[in-house]
Design a protein around this ligand. Structure first.
Ligand SMILES: Cc1cc2nc3c(=O)[nH]c(=O)nc-3n(C[C@H](O)[C@H](O)[C@H](O)COP(=O)(O)OP(=O)(O)OC[C@H]3O[C@@H](n4cnc5c(N)ncnc54)[C@H](O)[C@@H]3O)c2cc1C
Length: 380
């Protein structure tokens, strides 16, 4: 069996690792010209489900390294004023495993030969009958540049919120813009910022905007952890940092300002440590993002093409569940495909079972994230 995965995000790479480990041939195609072409360095909170899915897809010899690059944290979720005084609570305290997305992505890339600069533009399902006796259909992907690869038995659209695969497979399923915009960035950790620990997980409420802070701390630097625990893995030399995100008034744009200037101009008179935090941010690592969601709608026709992750159920980051759900998809699809690759069940039945479960919990993940959104949006 040969599987083409479109998109080298967390979900697509996790699936590719899982298939590779199961002895299934897999090719990954990524639109970006290079793996590190974009800022992807924010931290993620992994749920037990997401973490278990990662464990399931990664070789067991890397599990000690995976365990070493996550930070086990517990945060009180307070509402603070701009001088960092407590004025309320955002919800119950939350614990989880924090991981840096950039570091995790490098672990997931290890040993995979990703075709970069490969933006999918279309695919053809080639004649064939799926079934016990007949020849299964194949799928031929087409890319903006370069020759088309050999046909695959299954094409998986793991190509994110703007999925080109989704647009072809289920064109009625389109992203919805919530209107919420935020600037995200990060600042190297110092003693001054480490002292802001009561603000991790908090919402700092200002005039029409709110600032959210979270810490990424590595027990052991990821590069060193890889050298000691899994020498074939190369992880980036990333230090501890504070991730900050400012939620802006609906439909904001930055005009001529850089993301960092946009935040500074909105926090005049705020606590000096907060201003220093933004002033000392990595200039290369901040950006404006909009919150769009994809809610799975109608089921598409059975065939050798399916979807995974944000491509079919993009959540608001306020749910903290988008990556976790993409990883869950990857592990579920991997487990579904193993008997199909062994010839003990039909590929279409395996994919159909995956889709039935994934569409149900994916829709629930989007609903949950949208319910969590209003608490984070600043009151004008
Ligand atoms: C600020 C922020 C914080 C977040 N925090 C959390 C968190 O704490 N916990 C959590 O669970 N989730 C979190 N999320 C959500 C999480 O990042 C996403 O849900 C997750 O990355 C989705 O993975 P994916 O593989 O489906 O898609 P993506 O990671 O978006 O990957 C899609 C890939 O496909 C590529 N691609 C796109 N189009 C094409 C094409 N035509 N051809 C080829 N390749 C293509 C893209 O370049 C990209 O590399 C957060 C998101 C943001 C923005």
């Amino acid at each position: 069996m040969r599987v083409s995965v479109i998109g080298a995000g967390l979900g697509g790479l996790c699936l590719a690792q899982g298939l590779r480990g199961a002895g299934i041939d897999v090719d990954v195609y990524e639109r970006d010209p290079a793996i590190t072409a974009r800022f992807q360095g924010y931290r993620l909170v992994l749920s037990p489900t997401g973490f278990e899915a990662l464990h399931g897809c990664l070789p067991s010899r890397w599990h000690p390294l995976l365990d070493a690059i996550v930070d086990d944290t517990r945060v009180e979720r307070l509402i603070l004023d701009t001088q960092l005084n407590k004025v309320g609570e955002l919800g119950p305290a939350r614990s989880g495993l924090v991981v840096d997305r950039h570091v995790l992505r490098h672990l997931l890339l290890t040993g995979l030969d990703v075709h970069t600069g490969a933006a999918l533009t279309g695919y053809d399902v080639l004649d064939g009958k799926d079934g016990k006796d007949g020849e299964a259909a194949k799928v031929q992907a087409h890319f903006a540049q370069g020759a088309s690869p050999a046909p695959a038995d299954l094409l998986v659209g793991a190509d994110g919120v703007n999925s080109a695969v989704r647009a072809l497979l289920t064109p009625q399923t389109v992203p919805t813009d919530t209107g919420v915009r935020f600037v995200i960035g990060r600042t190297p950790m110092t003693e001054q910022f480490a002292a802001l620990s009561h603000a991790w997980g908090a919402k700092i409420a200002g005039d029409g905007v709110s600032l959210l802070l979270g810490a990424m701390r590595f027990g052991i630097p990821p590069k060193q952890a890889a050298e000691e625990l899994a020498p074939e893995v190369r992880l980036p030399d990333t230090g501890d940092y504070v991730r900050w995100a400012m939620i802006l008034p609906p439909n904001s744009s930055l005009g001529e300002e850089t993301p960092q200037q946009a935040v500074l101009s909105r926090i005049q008179g705020w606590h000096p440590d907060l201003r220093a935090l933004i002033e000392q941010a990595d200039t290369d690592n901040s950006t404006l993002l909009s919150i769009r969601v994809v809610e799975p709608r109608e089921r598409w026709a059975r065939g050798p093409v399916t979807l995974l992750g944000d491509a079919i159920h993009a959540t608001s980051p306020t749910g903290g569940n988008g990556a976790n759900t993409a990883l869950r998809d990857a592990d579920l699809l991997r487990r579904s495909l193993i008997p199909a690759a062994a010839g003990s069940r039909s590929l279409l039945d395996a994919v159909g079972d995956y889709e039935t479960q994934m569409l149900e919990y994916g829709a629930e993940a989007v609903r949950f994230s949208l319910e969590a959104l209003p608490a984070y949006v600043a009151k004008p």
